[in-house]
Every structure is written in structure tokens, then in C-alpha cells.
Design a protein around this ligand. Structure first.
Ligand code: ADP
Ligand code: MG
Length: 368
């Protein structure tokens, strides 16, 4: 497959150079122009697959350049506007599927995610109104960006106010605590949204010891539920003969954290969580299996079919993204399976299996 080509139109040479470097590293063919006239000239000879444009240009009005771009490019070229737009421009362009928006400063991860998403071939007959997944991939990074920046500013301002306030005032202290908890809640929500749409990174596939990553996830969750974990029995039964699997360590950890977190949220006093890992030999070459069981509230039978649907939650403050993220990580990215068995009032068991290849490592891997 030929490399996708990207044209950066941006008067800010530092941004343009850094972005070009980042994108070339990912294998894209990147051109840079810093003025509107040069951009229009360039586009008259060759059309790139994607244009990253900041409308603040020195020699021509950005909007004029944008209109010229829109005249020239048709569906096959995608456009990401990185600056110089306003609410009116966004409202006009939002319905156009080929156009997306980011606002500077842009985190590298977010930029790459948006570029890759824009360049990913969409099914020929995809209807964007029913293509919920496609639109979430486009919407979540935008939402994350729009929430995170003001949240960061709010967090900073609150710290200043707190430093200058009477630390003995209990009502005030409680108010600060609430604000900080809510900021954390929103940040976690945004992170979950991003995790849901984050594209797989093949280069991060390494040999992973499932027992080790499971232990790390247990420790992190126990720390998160510090108070509760003192009253909960967490037991482990780890197989000693597990082969390492080729996997994305961080993603496996994320999936286990989500599952353990659900268990902690489902159990009460005298809660029990049991985690087992084992090698399952048949059918050959076998599987590495992880079973996470709890004696929590269990799940209503009629809910079982909805557990992997985005936004399905029974919690007042749930996002309903934890299990969909697990599903994507385990089944799509690691060719494994995840099965949830549960009985209301008794408890829940989540069973994960990762297939082992002949070489003793996980089969497959993501296709990026
Ligand atoms: P969230 O935790 O934000 O609600 P999840 O996708 O992680 O979203 O879980 C979806 C729903 O599945 C939960 O709201 C809960 O009803 C149910 N669930 C998942 N794991 C368990 C568990 N271990 N015990 C009881 N219910 C569970
Ligand atoms: Mg959850």
C-alpha cells in the first residue's frame, strides 16, 4: 500500500516542523507550506490525502484559502483545521464528513489519533448518521480536548484560591474537596472516552508475563479502593507454567483494571475477589486464561447482553465504557475472548482467554 500524503498549511514554522517530524516518523509523506498562495499553488498540482490547516495565514485570508481547498478537494481528501476557525466556521463545516477540527495546543497522541482516523478507509456505504462508532472516534478526541483544557485551568485556579484561603474553614475545605473530586471524575471520564477510541500501536507489543501484569493491576485497584480493600479478601491462584504472550502491556493492564474495578464496585462488606491464571492446553496450542470472580451484587439476566455496548451502565456515575474497552482490547487487539457469567445476588466471573501461538506466544496481533 502506498504511503498516505499529508500537506501541512501553517504559518507557525515550529508547529509545522514538529508535526511534520511526528507524522514522518509514523510513515506518512509530509509536505509543508507556510502561506496561502503557496498552498493554493501546491494544491493545483497534486492533491494530498489529508490537509492540516491553520487558517491564520500571513498572505491571504484563511477563509479564502479554505474555500479554495474545499472547491478543489472532493471526498478523497480529508481536512483537519488546527486553528483560526470560530464557532460560525465550525457550525458550517461540521456536517461535512471530510472535515474535522483540533485546537492548538494539540497533544501528539490526539493529533496522531485524529489523523489516522481521518485516513482510515470507511465502508463505501457507511451512513454517518448510523455509523455511531465512526462518529465516536471523531467526537471523543474533540470532546476530550474541549473538556481537558478548561479543566486544567480550573484546577490551577482552584489551587491558587485554596492557598490563599483559610485552611481551618471546614466548609471551605469540603467545597475544595468536592471540586477536586469532580475534576478528577471528569478527567477519568475523558480518559475512558479516549481509551475507547485509541488506535492500536503495534510497536508496543512486547513479551508480557500475565501473572506480573495481573499482580500490578490488583495492586493498583487495591490502592484505588484503599478503605474497602482492608475489608475485602483478595485471593490469588496463579499458574506457574504460563508462557509469556506477545501483547500490549498497557492495554492488558487497562482491561484488567476495568474488570477488577467493577468487582470492587460490586462487592460490599466481606467481599471476596478471587483471581486465577492458568494454562489451558486444549485445543492446542492452547490458551492463557484469567478468571476474575467476585461475590458482589451480580448482574440481572436481562442486562447480560448489553454489557459490551458503549454507555451501558447501572451505576449513578458510571460511564458504561469499561467493558466495551476490555472487549476491544481483548478480542480485537489480541484475538482473545472475554466471557461474563453472573447470577444476581451471588456474584460474577469474568473469563479472559488469550490464544497461544506455536512459538509459545500470543497468536495474531493487531493490524495497523
Ligand atoms: P461502568 O462500570 O462505568 O458502569 P462497565 O462497562 O465497566 O461500565 O460495566 C457496565 C455494567 O456492567 C455495570 O454498570 C454493571 O451493571 C455491570 N457489571 C460489570 N461488572 C460487574 C461485576 N463484577 N458485578 C456486577 N455488575 C457488573
Ligand atoms: Mg466499570
Amino acid at each position: 500500500m502506498s504511503r498516505s500524503s499529508i500537506l501541512i498549511i501553517d504559518a507557525d514554522s515550529k508547529f509545522a516542523d514538529n508535526t511534520a517530524f511526528l507524522l514522518r516518523n509514523e510513515g506518512f509523506e509530509v509536505g509543508v507550506v507556510q502561506g496561502g498562495t503557496a498552498a493554493i499553488d501546491r494544491l493545483s498540482s497534486a492533491l494530498p490525502d489529508l490537509i492540516l490547516v491553520d487558517l491564520r495565514l500571513p498572505d491571504k485570508k484563511g477563509l479564502e484559502v479554505l474555500n479554495k481547498i474545499l472547491e478543489r478537494v472532493i471526498d478523497s481528501t480529508k481536512i483537519i483545521i488546527t486553528g483560526g476557525d470560530d464557532g460560525k466556521i465550525r457550525a458550517e463545516l461540521l456536517p461535512i464528513d471530510a472535515v474535522n477540527f483540533l485546537s492548538k495546543p494539540i497533544e501528539n497522541d490526539l493529533l496522531l489519533m485524529t489523523v489516522k482516523d481521518a485516513l482510515r478507509p470507511k465502508p463505501a456505504n457507511a451512513d454517518r448518521y448510523i455509523d455511531h462508532f465512526g462518529s465516536l472516534e471523531k467526537f471523543f478526541p474533540f470532546l476530550a480536548h474541549e473538556i481537558r483544557n478548561p479543566l486544567h485551568a480550573i484546577g490551577g485556579a482552584i489551587t491558587i484560591i485554596q492557598k490563599r484561603s483559610d485552611s481551618q474553614d471546614e466548609v471551605l475545605s469540603r467545597a475544595f474537596r468536592i471540586i477536586q473530586e469532580e475534576i478528577k471524575h471528569l478527567n477519568d471520564f475523558v480518559q475512558e472516552c479516549l481509551d475507547f477510541v485509541r488506535p492500536p500501536v503495534k510497536s508496543r507489543f512486547i513479551d508480557v508475563d500475565i501473572n506480573e501484569v495481573t499482580n500490578v493491576a490488583i495492586n493498583v485497584t487495591s490502592y484505588m479502593f484503599e478503605e474497602l480493600s482492608k475489608r475485602v479478601y483478595v485471593t490469588k491462584d496463579f499458574g506457574s507454567d504460563l508462557p509469556k504472550i506477545k501483547a500490549n502491556y498497557e492495554e492488558i493492564k487497562r482491561a484488567l483494571l476495568n474488570i477488577l474495578r467493577n468487582s470492587f464496585e460490586a462487592i460490599g462488606e466481606n467481599g471476596k475477589i478471587h483471581i486465577q491464571t492458568r494454562l489451558k492446553g486444549s485445543p492446542p496450542p492452547g490458551f492463557v486464561e484469567i478468571l476474575i470472580s467476585d461475590n458482589g451484587t451480580g448482574i440481572k439476566k436481562e442486562y447480560l447482553k448489553s454489557l459490551f455496548s458503549p454507555f451501558f451502565t447501572t451505576k449513578l456515575r458510571g460511564t458504561g465504557l469499561g467493558l466495551p474497552i476490555c472487549h476491544r482490547i481483548i478480542t480485537e487487539r489480541h484475538q482473545g475472548t472475554i466471557l461474563i457469567q453472573s447470577e444476581e445476588g451471588k456474584g460474577t466471573t469474568v473469563k479472559i482467554e488469550f490464544p497461544i501461538s506455536q512459538s509459545g506466544q500470543i497468536a495474531g496481533g493487531p493490524t495497523t
